[in-house]
Design a protein around this ligand. Structure first.
Ligand SMILES: C[S@@+](CC[C@H](N)C(=O)[O-])C[C@H]1O[C@@H](n2cnc3c(N)ncnc32)[C@H](O)[C@@H]1O
Length: 158
């Protein structure tokens, strides 16, 4: 598969997965967390589909499209470890987390997602959902929407 095809599949999976998860958490209290602001595409989508929720967004750098700039009070700028600890210490709890860290080097990306999993667990609402492009540990893996191939995007319950 070409990298273009692979990217198209990834973006479609992100959109379908986020839409699916947004429906699932309708009756659950808690905020949203987007790990990896990047260009701001998934953050912008979350804003659109979950307009009444607080959406935290995390990245070590602010380099998104200007239209997708988060309000400063919701942007956790820095390395993931201290930012997750800050969120946890402030008592915020997450009903839906999207994990989109990584730079396309599989071994490094998987090592990072495994290392961050316990810290992510600390901010999750019990029963909250995680959708992720990388494998997470310590959560119950669940089936996502039928439109997404099982290996393309991963779904978990806290
Ligand atoms: C694939 S991009 C995110 C794309 C974004 N979700 C979008 O839709 O445009 C990954 C982002 O995660 C950030 N990142 C990766 N590892 C990180 C870490 N450990 N702490 C903070 N930011 C990290 C990178 O700076 C990069 O901007």
């Amino acid at each position: 598969m070409s990298r273009l095809d692979s990217m198209l599949r990834r973006l479609t999976a992100q959109r379908d997965g986020l839409n699916w998860a947004a429906d699932q958490i309708e009756c659950m209290d808690g905020d949203i967390l987007d790990m990896g602001l990047g260009n701001g595409r998934t953050y912008d989508h979350l804003r659109e589909i979950l307009p009444s929720r607080r959406i935290w967004v995390m990245d070590r750098v602010l380099q998104c499209h200007p239209d997708s700039t988060p309000p400063p009070e919701d942007f956790l700028q820095g390395e993931a470890e201290p930012m997750l600890q800050k969120l946890e210490a402030a008592g915020h709890r997450i009903a839906l987390a999207h994990y989109d860290f990584g730079r396309g080097i599989k071994t490094e990306d998987v090592a990072e997602s495994q290392r961050l999993s316990p810290l992510i667990a600390q901010v999750m609402q019990p029963g909250g959902l995680l959708i992720s492009g990388q494998p997470l540990v310590g959560f119950e893996q669940i089936a996502g929407p039928e439109t997404i191939a099982p290996d393309r995007y991963l779904f978990y319950r806290a």
